[in-house]
Design a protein around this ligand. Structure first.
Ligand SMILES: Nc1ncnc2c1ncn2[C@@H]1O[C@H](COP(=O)(O)OP(=O)(O)OP(=O)(O)O)[C@@H](O)[C@H]1O
Ligand SMILES: [Mg+2]
Length: 358
């Protein structure tokens, strides 16, 4: 059963349209991550679910009830923000228990529930501190605890980890996932960090300029990006992409005389059809000169990553990045031969960037 239904939702600020016809169903207990570049409308969508922002058109339902006209507190959502939004003059315990106090829950029950919730996020030793005496990670936990104690139907997270250092972010990520396993509360998590998105999501929603580009499991989105935008946005280093067309012999030609055998692309090998061909760096390997189907280029530069390195090569005026696990010396200016895995090719329309299946 769906917990949240977003139906054809639009948003305008004055005369500016920032969202158009967004439709998305979120299942009960699901962990959905909304991912997209800055300004694409992630926070706006989340705030519209929470009721902090009016929707201009369409409908949002939570638990089967249309909430368009409901106040935020009537919607059963608890939101966790990037800047934590804690009350600085209150102790950790008071911050966590504040919503219960406002709701008139008797003190003994409040104290007991605060204790249980604080333990669940590892804060039981800090109950008497003020937020100013906590680290960033601990403050984030207080914000989480404050959301958990309200026993909401839905958790809404707006980049809650982006103020933390890289190591802590990874640790908090797995804690959020663990909490979700334990509590099973439907969660919508907004981020522009793709690793965070890939590791947390049951389902990923990729947004671009106020539209949903693709919805799917992280591995599906990675292996079958629905558009050139998604292909470029997901994956690091980014997917190699070259625009070109098929010649009469069925070879893919690109750049200044670049040619690639692409016999796997039977369905789209129509002479003259302009496409964008994509291949991820891990599917491009260094090979020996003369290898069947290899493309020749010149090394632009080499990025050392420790366990592997990235070779940035110029192939007939087009840039190819290849993952290299070989240890043989390779430096700028050297000739290089690359083999492209024909079973890992992505084809997009040069016109509208949509994926063309082959
Ligand atoms: N109050 C407002 N008035 C006018 N335009 C706004 C307002 N709030 C947001 N916008 C615009 O709406 C668009 C979406 O903003 P939103 O904050 O949802 O983006 P976002 O995806 O959360 O970005 P970020 O990753 O930077 O947080 C942006 O173009 C923004 O400029
Ligand atoms: Mg935002």
């Amino acid at each position: 059963m769906s917990e949240i239904n977003i139906r054809n939702v639009g948003k305008t600020y004055g005369k500016t349209t920032v969202m158009q016809g967004v439709t998305l169903d979120i299942e009960k207990g699901e962990f959905v991550v909304i991912l997209g570049p800055s300004g694409c409308g992630k926070s706006t969508l989340l705030r519209m679910i929470a009721g902090l922002e009016q929707i201009t058109s369409g409908e949002i339902a939570i638990g089967g009830t249309v909430v368009n006209k409901l106040e935020p507190r009537e919607r059963g959502c608890a939101m966790v923000f990037q800047n934590y939004a804690l009350y600085p003059h209150m102790t950790v315990a008071e911050n966590i228990g504040y919503a219960l106090k406002v709701a008139g829950v008797p003190k003994p029950e409040r104290i007991a529930r605060v204790a249980v919730t604080a333990t669940s996020v590892g804060l039981s030793d800090y109950l008497d501190r003020k937020p100013g005496q906590l680290s960033g990670g601990q403050r984030q936990r207080v914000a989480m605890a404050r959301a958990i104690i309200r026993e909401p139907k839905v958790f809404l997270f707006d980049e809650p980890l982006s103020n933390l250092d890289a190591k802590l972010r990874v640790a908090m990520r797995s804690e959020i996932r663990k909490l979700h396993r334990e509590l099973g509360v439907t969660s919508v998590f907004v981020t522009h960090d793709q690793t965070e998105a890939m590791t947390l999501a049951d389902r990923l929603v990729i947004m671009n300029s106020g539209n949903i580009e693709q919805v799917g499991r992280p591995s599906d989105v990675y292996h079958h990006p629905a558009s050139r935008f998604v292909a470029d946005f997901i994956g690091s280093p980014a997917m190699n992409m070259v625009e070109g067309e098929f010649d009469v012999e069925g070879q893919f030609t690109f750049g200044k005389g670049g040619r690639l055998q692409a016999s796997e692309l039977n369905g789209v090998r129509r002479p003259g059809l302009r496409i964008v061909l994509g291949v991820r760096p891990e599917n491009v390997r260094r090979t020996q000169a003369g290898t069947d189907g290899a493309i020749a280029g010149v090394v632009d530069y080499v990025e050392e990553l420790g366990a592997s390195r990235l070779i940035h090569a110029d192939v007939n005026g087009s840039r190819f990045v290849a993952v290299d696990t070989d240890t043989a010396e390779i430096t700028t200016g050297m000739p290089v031969h690359l083999s492209v895995d024909g079973n890992a090719l992505h084809v997009f329309s040069a016109e509208d960037g949509r994926r063309i299946t082959h």
